[in-house]
Ligand binder design. Sequence first.
Ligand code: SAH
Length: 259
Amino acid sequence: MSEPNEPAGDELSTDESLGTVYLVGSGPGDPELLTVKATRLLEEADVVLHDKLPGPEILDSIPEDKREDVGKRAGGERTEQADINARLVELAEEGRDVVRLKGGDPFVFGRGGEEMVYLADHDVPFEVVPGITSAVAAPAAADIPVTHREHASSVSFVTGHEDPTKDGSAVDWRALADTGGTIVVLMGVGKLPEYTQELVNAGMDPETPVALIEKGTRPGQRVARGTLDTIVDARDDAGIEPPAVTVIGGVAGVPEVLE
Ligand code: SAH
């Protein structure tokens, strides 16, 4: 790959007039799990565009005068994706180097792919900086290995945002039930009753272990455990709230795995 999308060496920008946009993953929330590169770019950037997902432990360490929160408007509404895209281009055209900070990895359910394509279409130099995705880190922080020789030889990352019972759902829960591997659901706190039922309907054992990990690696981390049959009650008893990941499969029965 060559210019303009690959800034050379350690320089923030290779273009005289345009700034560079760095699509940076912030990891699951523990500041020590930021990459060295993310930490450096956060220091060097002129502006950091972010939402709430990176978490206060990371966001509070960024000087307020270079932070722009695009997660919520004053009225509480989310900034539209189109407005975020336009803002990234606007800042780069002003010659500013921008970190677009995204929770976890920028390309795992983060709309980072859309932002990258928009930047490329507008000839803005960009670089993607991977981060540790919560899909793996949140389970790990709860001592859950997403693969394990005796329990799972594959792992699927899926969104739980959609209603699995509606026609044309983008996630094929029945096919997932057949993989026999671990299923990690992001954005899946609200629709937990629907997709756990869908998996049981598809023939999965209702006793299959399930764990919910809220705020993985962050100070408020909490874990609720159960089975496909009981996890909704466990969620409600513990009052688990987003951001949380759901881990479904033998690996989620970790205490037994460790014994
Ligand atoms: N790009 C992010 C995911 C964005 S989608 C990544 O790679 O991690 C937002 C979802 O990520 C949340 O609904 C939740 O399911 C998950 N998530 C992000 N941070 C989390 C954390 N610290 N603990 C648990 N889940 C988290």
